[in-house]
Design a protein around this ligand. Structure first.
Ligand code: NAD
Ligand code: MG
Length: 394
């Protein structure tokens, strides 16, 4: 029996993970669940999945959860605070960790699980963008097994030889091709996009996801973060990574080998597929998702991404090329910008202009290698403050 910790259990990925885990109670114990502050949602999950432990970052919410759990008579210990996330990720009790917090907040617990040499399923892409080299170095030192959950990276992993492990450069590969749905504004003009509201931005045509990644999908920053994520997981250079828009979201990505073979993974756009793949790996388990009816899909479309209407993808590419701490700056600025956009403080194209300006202002950090945790966190803080000051001045 493997014991599972779900970081970010109340989120879109967290819930899909629990859906798959519940189908395999003979092989998996849902051991620990964590969330930010939604005590009601976590309480419901505790009733259904009976974890041994639950963590809420917010102290007051944790007290409410503790009371509800006692009243219900559940045998579940409740912990509170951000440090408790790191403690449970570090705890030897769980050997399997789903990293599904959104944003940089997931870095410390993910790093703790990696340092412990666990099997770490990474959906939370932002830590890989801000501290990819550090995470992969720590994984190599501890023997942690990293499995990608992001559908594109999971697809690529599935198209590589069975002996392949993340953090190595795969042999005989010419190029990785990430597919992108194009997001909700794929067919909108620049003028229409400029006026897009947050409500329109979070309405994704093919996937149902958390708010932050939904905005990232609308700006195509999500694909930009994924380029950097792919460079970290698969040790590929910028020139070996490409993006193609594929509106059906059925082909989840491709690996092109040096002999011209292109291998792809296909499936319904349902995150339970990559989640089940990684939970079961190297076996295969039922995910609750069926296959595809290819005849009724009829045809697949492909088009190049439009960097004119979606400048965030170009900015991410530039940060990948610059290397060092540029991806860290990009990620921090994007998190601040997305939050400001969701609150209605800035317009759609202010997202990219703020990120671009922050990358320029922090130019001196680009060349500096993202070596240790302390400097990574300091640069993340610097970029957030820079963006907040700019917002306050506007
Ligand atoms: P979500 O917003 O639905 O859920 C986020 C989870 O993280 C919640 O459980 C929330 O309580 C917790 N959380 C939020 N802020 C926190 C904080 N400061 N400290 C601790 N916990 C916190 O997000 P999601 O859509 O499930 O995405 C999670 C991650 O997975 C993101 O990094 C996203 O990019 C990635 N991802 C998601 C999908 C998808 O289909 N949803 C696909 C690929 C990758
Ligand atoms: Mg993805």
């Amino acid at each position: 029996m493997r014991r599972l910790l779900v970081l970010g259990a109340t989120g879109s990925i967290g819930r899909s993970t629990l859906d798959v885990a519940a189908r395999h109670a003979d092989k998996l114990i849902v051991h620990t669940l964590t969330a930010f502050r939604d005590a009601d949602a976590l309480f419901e999950l505790c009733k259904r999945h009976r974890p041994v432990r639950a963590v809420l970052v917010d102290e007051a919410a944790a007290s409410r959860l503790r009371e509800a759990i006692e009243a219900e008579g559940l045998a579940c210990e409740v912990l509170a605070g951000a440090q408790a996330l790191v403690d449970v990720a570090d705890d030897a009790d769980c050997d399997l960790v789903m990293s599904a917090i959104v944003g940089a907040a997931g870095l410390l617990p993910t790093l703790a699980a990696v340092r412990r040499g666990k099997q770490v399923l990474i959906a939370n892409k932002e830590p890989l963008v801000m501290a990819g080299a550090l995470l992969m170095r720590e994984a190599a030192a501890s023997g942690a097994c990293i499995l990608p959950i992001d559908s594109e990276h999971n697809a690529i992993f599935q198209c590589l030889p069975p002996a392949y492990r993340c953090g190595d450069a795969p042999k005989g590969v010419r190029r990785l091709l990430l597919t992108a749905s194009g997001g909700p504004f794929r067919e909108w003009t620049r003028e229409q996009i400029a006026a897009a509201t947050p409500q329109q931005a979070v309405k994704h045509p093919n996937w149902s996801m958390g708010q932050k990644i939904s905005v990232d999908s609308a700006t195509l920053m999500n694909k930009g973060l994924e380029l950097i994520e792919a460079s970290v997981l698969y040790q590929m250079r910028d020139e070996q990574l490409d993006v193609v828009v594929h509106p059906e979201s059925v082909i989840h990505s491709l690996v092109e080998y040096v002999d011209g073979s292109m291998l792809a993974q296909l499936g319904q756009p349902d995150m339970r597929v990559p989640i089940a793949h990684a939970l079961a790996w190297p076996e295969r388990w039922e995910s609750g998702v069926g296959g595809l009816d290819l005849a009724s899909l009829a045809r697949f479309r492909f088009e190049p991404p439009d960097l004119e209407r979606f400048p965030c993808l170009g900015l991410a590419r530039a940060a990948l090329r610059a290397g060092g701490n540029a991806p860290n700056l990009l990620n921090a600025a994007n998190e601040v910008a997305v939050e400001a956009y969701l609150c209605g403080r800035i317009d759609f194209y202010n997202l990219s202009s703020m990120i671009e300006a922050c990358l320029e202002a922090g130019m001196r950090f680009h060349a500096q290698a993202a070596a240790d945790l302390e400097s990574i966190l300091a640069i993340d803080t610097w970029a957030r403050r820079w963006c907040s000051d700019r917002l306050a001045a506007a």
